[in-house]
Design a protein around this ligand. Sequence first.
Ligand code: FES
Length: 190
Amino acid sequence: MGSMCTCQSEKNSGVFDVAKLKPVLESISDPKRNLITILQKAQDIYGYLPIEVLQHISDETRIEASKIYGVATFYTQFRLKPVGKNLIMLCQGTACHVNGSALIENAIQDELGIFDGETTSDGIFTFNNVACLGCCSLAPVMMINEKTYANLTPKKTKEILKNIHESEIGASDVNNASEAPKNESVEGIA
Ligand code: FES
């Protein structure tokens, strides 16, 4: 059986309460055939797939750790790192590329100081480049959580990020720990 190195995070043992996985693992009779379902539920619980959790799944299911890691890294739906409160998905599809997504990426990097796949140190933003978001006529486009931002310019992008940052800071100032409001609207359509 393969093994994963968990030495890096042993000092954080207890952060990931693997007991939360018990009902999931008990409810699935054939873990080998349902590994993706197990990983999806684990990600729902922890927000991502910490290495300790993958190792625990391996220990409990007797599926080789290397196989579990392989599945977790193969599918883009799975995250091996924690994501920030606001997940920025910048489209790099053809229409968005032609309409200046590279400039938008530069604006995001400039404003937040992070690159593709990274999270700000305050945990407020994670930035990911993604493939077509399916609204090419609004290019260039990004989504932040459930909200779509269309017809972006570098200036507009920075303003959007500033506004979100300010609202997050304000929310923490009033000790409001609730989730950011979900907004499924599209902003920026001319
Ligand atoms: S190419 Fe960007 S939404 Fe389709």
